[in-house]
Design a protein. Sequence first.
Length: 521
Amino acid sequence: MKFHKHLLLCATAGLMLSTTGQAQEWVFEDVTVPVGSTTASVNWTYTGGGGSSQNTVDIPGTNGIITGIADLSNCILVEDADNTSCLDNGGTIRITMLNFDTANELGDASGTIVFSIDPAATDGQSGVVDATEVAGGFDVVPTITDGSVTVQAGPPAVLDVTPPSIDFGSGISPTTLGPETVTIANTGSAGAPDVNVSNLAFSGADAGQFSITGGSCAGTAFAVAAGTSCTVDIELAVNAVATFNADFDVTADVANASVALTGEGTAGPVASFSINPATAAFGQVDLNDLPQSIVHTVTNDGDPGSTLELTSVTLGGTPEFSLATDCPATLAQGVSCTVTVTFNTGAVGGPFADTVTAVTNVGTFEVPVSGEAVAQAVLDVNPPFGPVDLGQGPAGSIITANGTFSNTGSADGDVACNITGPDAAIFTATPSAGTIPAGGTVGFELACRLPDGAEQGDVFTADLNCSSPDDAAFDGVHNLSCGVQEFQSVPVPTMQPWALVLFSMLMLIAGGIGIRFFRAG
């Protein structure tokens, strides 16, 4: 019966081949892996159809740099057959697909085989995924495209040590200068191996005067991954009036590097350069508020009797910034001068950046300069935020006061106000919201309607809260108040009859005296 069944399958397959043609195909992909890899994943696909109801292939588990079978758990991920299997057949991978109904042709299938790779393989070495048909495993012979695994070298590690040289300056002996920082980086691109640093050391005539005192590098032997860096802090011990020179040597598996070190011990007073503020950061400035200036104070705060020599104070050249200084060529200890940086531009732009560089006899110093010109609203209000007394009046009356919103900025700004508090209902602000044009003002009216039933001395309060989405600094409260004061007529006293008579007599006497003086004249 088994013999006749195979005859039937072969006859069926021959009939399908004669009517539909050969359409089955196995394709194993070509892959590359980095040098040092231990595994490689190879994807395969099977295209069914053409009348085939069964197919079986064998793939050797070793070939060239392929040293074995690592994982067959995902060998068949997609399948369209009654029975499938992917087995390690004594070091050979056997993939089988079968439909029990020979009239039902196989559909498409795919999967992934993970091979073990020789980790010592070098750039360009490879192995072939050499699939072969299994006798009796086909009723239609498919096309087979072999795959390959090739080792490929990745991007190299690159050692970068900065700065190339360090001047520790000078100090009165004995003293310690520094620390100064050296950065050790691996500037290789993504996928590059580590830079393996095996030793950090000092060499040269005065190597013993220099020492590592800190930093983020892990000891004197460590690895630096691609795209990362660490630091080493170095100090100079000055124990004589002399110039000290040495090299800081970095030994690594990809390259070696050195940083030239120098410093000086002096016998006399040493000047010191200080500048305050240490940066000229203008931030965002409205066009209408330009130009703006930041004044920096330069001081020699070194040893008594020292002289700070200012060789030059310059700006990098960004046209939006300018520099002015009253600093002389030298500054005695404790003496100061000024350096003024001005930011100005006629259009919105930036952020702009530059650097003020001061070259002195104790080193070169830099002051970062930055600023951005923007169009924004700069809002204000009158009366200013705080208590606002609208006054007093009789019950039932309306007391009003006028105010203005102003905008000194170069962009329009929206303002919105709302009234809150225990007596908010009797107060109004008109308008309570609006747009203040750039460089313009908008008036508003505050009103208090005293209740009809209010009594003498009653006081009413509320808060007028104002803010703007266009000016974060414009946010405040007017504390409004008004009160009841009933006006009363002031009594005018009248004269009694006897007082009127006396007043008339006095007037007659005064008139008589005046006539006599007139005639006498």
